[in-house]
Design a protein around this ligand. Structure first.
Ligand code: HEC
Ligand code: HEC
Length: 226
């Protein structure tokens, strides 16, 4: 027990705000750590323990990239204002364009043709909002998520950049590709369109292992432009 006239106790009693010092120190340490971890672009490189992890992760990314580049995905992820169609990725018919928030221009809104599910009669593809099975979610991915023309290094960097990917962590990306109806549509694209060749649950396993091994992507200089 401290005696009543313990000088430290007296001081603490008088200056109760000393109690906040440890908190202040903790907060400033956390703040500087967060500064050190971030950089301007929002792209946070992840460190891995050993080179085998990195090699494995890079190999897995190759498989991820092959899916992202599949026409069922990339037709909606162009680097310009035009959605694509078909396996040869031709420009969308009727000169359909991005418009506001990727939803099409007036008179040519995506949802005036694309419903909440594939239309068996007309062959027009569709997909629902996650929280409303009757509402169409069909729209173009934002320009910052455009992938057409990118090599693996550029694709990987863009995918992991929180300022371009909708502020998603690698785990968020896995979740998105596990659940988003527009992604799932790639495995159920309707008559006459090739689905993504590998099963969806296998793709999710690949994504999870890619993240577990450090979500590695190739560096620019090792990846010649295709
Ligand atoms: C009908 C159009 C459409 C199709 C088809 C589509 N996407 Fe997307 N995608 C979007 C839109 C729109 C967003 C943005 C979602 C948001 O902001 O809520 C998006 C976002 C994403 C993201 C978020 C992060 C980022 O950087 O892009 C990933 C990952 C993604 N899509 C993967 C896929 C994959 C994999 C497929 C194919 C299996 C696919 N998408 C098919 C429209 C589409
Ligand atoms: C006037 C009607 C119409 C409008 C508006 C429209 N689409 Fe389409 N879209 C179609 C039809 C019809 C098809 C199927 C064509 C086919 O399979 O030959 C199609 C196919 C697609 C495909 C092809 C999928 C694939 O992998 O082959 C994508 C992607 C697509 N539309 C995106 C969009 C987006 C994004 C918008 C809005 C910015 C939009 N569409 C607006 C009628 C429309």
């Amino acid at each position: 027990m401290r005696r009543k006239n313990d000088p430290l106790l007296k001081m603490l009693k008088k200056r109760w705000y000393f109690l906040f010092f440890p908190l202040l120190i903790l907060a400033s340490v956390a703040y500087s750590a967060s500064l050190a971890n971030s950089n301007k672009s929002g792209y946070v490189p992840i460190t891995v323990q050993d080179s085998t992890d990195r090699e494995r992760s890079l190999k897995l990314f190759g498989e991820v990239a092959a899916v992202l580049r599949h026409p069922r995905c990339i037709n909606c992820h162009p680097s310009d204002d035009y959605p694509r169609q078909g396996d040869e990725m031709r420009r969308h018919m009727f000169n359909v364009q991005r418009g506001n928030h990727g939803k099409g221009v007036i008179g040519m809104k995506c949802i005036s043709c694309h419903g909440a599910s594939n239309n068996l009669a007309s062959g027009v593809p569709g997909a629902p909002e996650p929280d409303d099975p009757l509402k169409s979610r069909w729209h173009l991915a934002p320009l910052s998520m455009g992938w057409i023309g990118l090599n693996d290094a550029q694709l990987g960097k863009r995918l992991l950049d929180k300022e371009q990917n909708g502020n998603m962590s690698p785990q968020d990306l896995v979740e998105h590709m596990e659940e988003d109806p527009l992604v799932l549509w790639g495995w159920d694209p309707g008559e006459g369109r090739e689905p993504i060749p590998i099963p969806h649950d296998e793709f999710v396993e690949i994504l999870k292992e890619w993240v577990a091994t450090g979500a590695q992507v190739p560096t620019e200089d090792k990846e010649p432009k295709k």
